[in-house]
Design a protein around this ligand. Structure first.
Ligand SMILES: Nc1ncnc2c1ncn2[C@@H]1O[C@H](COP(=O)(O)OP(=O)(O)OP(=O)(O)O)[C@@H](O)[C@H]1O
Length: 502
């Protein structure tokens, strides 16, 4: 009897934790409302299955149908959702100190790079747009990519750099620069992998083109129904492959032979969606030979490269390596427990002994994450829970609140937090150690969770919870892999805990 009562309380509290951190009705993904500038994009979701967002519904809910006990399956995480999440929470350029690698189509032509936007001789309206967005100087990738993209005669480009390094801003500038506002037909065309990503890029186009009101933008996304026989007058079109293909061929809203710049954004996300690769290639085949082709990708695996070569003839290539993560500046500890209740107790002891500004706690399953969040709330902590069944906007809102330090503890599973940098986190706790599908140590994930790139530099603290022979074995193998000692921490000894904070 008392047990079931306790369970009911648990469930209620869990629900409270979850709801407490959701920002329902977040408007971020709604199409921008500037009726004079838009062919009104749909408020309703894309309709056709398999077109825009295969594993999410139109609000970004990940429908992977996992039972809550199972670990979240990495492969099922939607790349498009991840990319959107990163865009929604990012407020700044991601710094990268690595050298840019440039491969020129014609190695004899001089290689230009710019240190200021003035050097690009942009139209005054565009330069004003750039400064109005708060950009003072080109980002690392923009230094090389912009002169190439704006060169005469136009050159093709394949560019790869991690998310947040300024690719979108770069190609938007190229798209806007090449358009002649006197001509009332599409001249710049950009393909995005999903409806939501198209809207995000559309926002950048609108912001950057703010002082150039003659330039108009149309959204070729599903749900945006136009009357038959209509010809698009907007000079810039952003859309998803299925709809753009229809608009260019079957419906003839766009004359593809008049396109001067063709951008394929997020190529790695694009090819992860069935059908998009073929549709993109079919669109590309309709474009004139002298159309400038630009392709961007955050990663560059073999499949992306093959696709890129099919759609971008004679390309220049620019690559910017990811910043390496390292464990050098991290103090690593483990705590030995017998079960998960002891792990919670150990956590509470740690919190009782040292002041932790902000911590991220990783669990193996959503269920554990939910349970742990509820336990920590009971102990009086302000906890944010990030879980796979949340909509992308909700996840973004949780991370945003955490970044603003509205909560001090973020409990999450690996899949949810992948690729998300919350710079101020000083302590990372592996409530469960990262393992792959076969139960082997997942060293890469371990490094991602607790590693720091050179730019963060600060010393960090990582605490691993061990609760069985098996997890001890995993820990040992991780230790061997990185050749870095993970010290034992006795969480019953307050003095010892205090020492680790110094
Ligand atoms: N030169 C710049 N100076 C300052 N901020 C910039 C500059 N270029 C871009 N940004 C800003 O940095 C952030 C990342 O830029 P952008 O979205 O273009 O990167 P990206 O490489 O396209 O990443 P993603 O593909 O994830 O969108 C944005 O907030 C953008 O406004």
């Amino acid at each position: 009897m008392s047990d079931s009562w306790a369970q009911a309380v648990d469930q209620q509290e869990l629900a409270a934790v979850t709801l407490g951190n959701l920002h329902l009705g977040d408007e971020k993904s709604k199409p921008p409302g500037s009726p004079t500038k838009l062919v009104v994009p749909p408020l309703e979701p894309p309709e056709e299955k398999g077109e825009e967002i295969p594993k999410t519904d139109t609000n970004g809910v990940v429908n992977n149908g996992d039972s809550p006990e199972k670990p979240e399956d990495d492969d099922k995480e939607d790349r498009a959702a991840q990319s959107l999440l990163n865009k929604l929470i990012r407020s700044n350029l991601v710094n990268n100190t690595n050298q840019v690698e440039v491969l020129q189509r014609d190695p004899n032509s001089p290689l230009y790079s710019v240190k200021s936007f003035e050097e690009l001789r942009l139209k005054a309206q565009l330069l004003e747009g750039v400064y109005n967005m708060g950009f003072n100087r080109p980002s690392k990738i923009q230094e090389n990519a912009l002169p190439m993209m704006l060169a005469e005669p136009p050159q093709n480009l394949i560019a790869q750099s991690q998310s947040g390094t300024g690719k979108t801003a770069a190609f938007v500038l190229a798209m806007l620069s090449r358009v002649d506002p006197a001509h009332k037909y599409p001249q710049s065309l950009c393909l995005s992998p999903t409806y939501e990503l198209a809207l995000q890029t559309g926002k950048v186009i609108e912001q950057m083109g703010k002082f150039y009101p003659e330039l108009k933008l149309a959204y070729a996304v599903r749900g945006n129904k136009l009357e038959r026989g209509v010809k698009i007058q907007e000079q810039i079109v952003i859309g998803t492959p299925g709809t753009v293909l229809d608009w260019c061929s079957k419906l003839k809203f766009i004359d593809p032979r008049k396109i001067k710049v063709f951008v394929l954004d997020e190529a790695d996300v694009m090819i992860a969606t069935q059908g998009h690769q073929d549709q993109s290639i079919r669109i590309q085949r309709m474009l004139p030979r002298d159309c400038q082709m630009l392709l961007f990708s955050a990663t560059f695996e073999e499949s992306v490269w093959r696709f890129a070569q099919k759609v971008v003839p004679d390309p220049n290539i620019i690559k910017l390596k990811r910043e390496e993560e390292t464990l050098d500046t991290i103090k690593q500890y483990y705590v030995q427990c017998n079960n998960r209740d002891e792990k919670v107790q150990a956590l509470c002891n740690i919190y009782g002994a040292i002041t932790i500004a902000q911590a991220m706690i990783f669990c193996h399953t959503r269920k554990t994450a939910g349970w742990l969040a509820a336990e920590l709330v009971k102990e009086g902590h302000q906890v944010a829970l990030l879980s796979g069944e949340m909509m992308v906007e909700q996840r973004a809102a949780v991370i945003e609140r955490f970044r603003e330090a509205k909560e001090k503890v973020l409990v999450t599973t690996n899949v949810c937090a992948r690729g998300i940098d919350v710079e101020q986190v000083s302590v990372v706790i592996n409530f469960d150690l990262p393992v792959d599908k076969d139960g082997n140590p997942d060293n890469e994930t371990y490094l991602h969770r607790i590693g720091r790139t050179g730019r963060f530099g600060k010393r960090g603290l990582a605490i691993n919870m061990v609760d069985s022979k098996h997890s001890m074995n995993i820990l040992n193998r991780i230790q061997e892999h990185f050749s870095k000692k993970i010290e034992k921490l006795d969480t019953d000894d307050l003095d010892e805990i205090e020492k680790i904070a110094n």
